[in-house]
Design a protein around this ligand. Sequence first.
Ligand code: FA5
Length: 343
Amino acid sequence: MEQMLEDLKRIEAEAKSRFEQVGKQEELNELRVKYLGKKGELTAILKGMGKLSGEDRPKVGQIANEIRQSLEEVISAKTKELKEAALKRQIEEEKIDISLAGTKLEAGHIHPLTRIIDEIKEIFLGMGYEIGEGPEIENDYNNFEGLNLPKDHPARDMQDSFYITEDTLLRTHTSPMQVRTMAAKVPEYPVKVICPGRVFRRDDDATHSPMFHQVEGLVIDENISMADLKGTLLKVMKQLFGEDREIRLRPSYFPFTEPSTEVDVSCGICGGKGCRTCSDTGWLEILGAGMVHPNVLEMAGYDSSKLQGFAFGLGVERIAMLKYGIDDLRVFYDNDIRFLGEF
Ligand code: FA5
């Protein structure tokens, strides 16, 4: 028995000192198995207890249990210590140096054309207009026939189109929104709406793009005259380009308006005196407009003897070109960051 107690004390002392020196949790686990595991040294000694007398056995058993318990306590204290050290190390390693320069994220901004459309919307909202939207793929009726342009009408040639089927095409202007708006509202009035959107034509040069933007305007009410049209457009142009601007109405032709007019705005570069930008005229063409043709009102179901209307179609790219002094509209679609960054 003496020998056994001595062995136990020796194992206890050795195990404790090794447990305490350990630096990693895995090593501690291995040592635990070595001393306290099923095939461990403490267990090996206890297996020899059979040889002891009945009197000695419980004493040795009790001492062995105390040793096991005290070693377990050392292990759990050490485990706690290792965990804390590991956490401290991790915190040290993951520390962020907030004084370091970061990677700069370039914020984008709104495209100049979208900005013009937003400005136009704001101006008309301020005058009590609603804003409408419609499909870019249209049927022949909305794009042409409902606008007083029957199938064989020569004015269709002014808007060479992309057809999908014989009856379906990419809309060539936003004017089909007049037909759609009237169909949705009839017989109600007044109607006061603008409809911005993309349109498509077989055009392609410095001032004509195959895809461009228009803003359609439509007003229907009693006692509407050309004076209302002119007053509205003058107010809008002054807000868009500056209070010093004037507008000029020139006679024109659109099958869906009568009378029809082309609207020019005074050149901001020369102040109306004449320069290269305005081809020495002092004026720049900006939109088409007119009084809604009685046929168009009647086709939509409105009584043209009681109601009148005016309509207009602004070219958004044209406005952006004039406002920003750009002579080739293709730059709006090139996605060249050097150009877009200028705005
Ligand atoms: C029309 O599209 C008519 N729907 C406008 C209208 C509406 C008249 C309501 C009367 C009543 P026009 O084809 O002129 O008209 O086009 C209107 C504007 O769109 C032009 O003044 C021009 O600024 C712009 N535009 C026309 N074609 C192109 C193109 N290919 N690229 C860029 N802008 C264009």
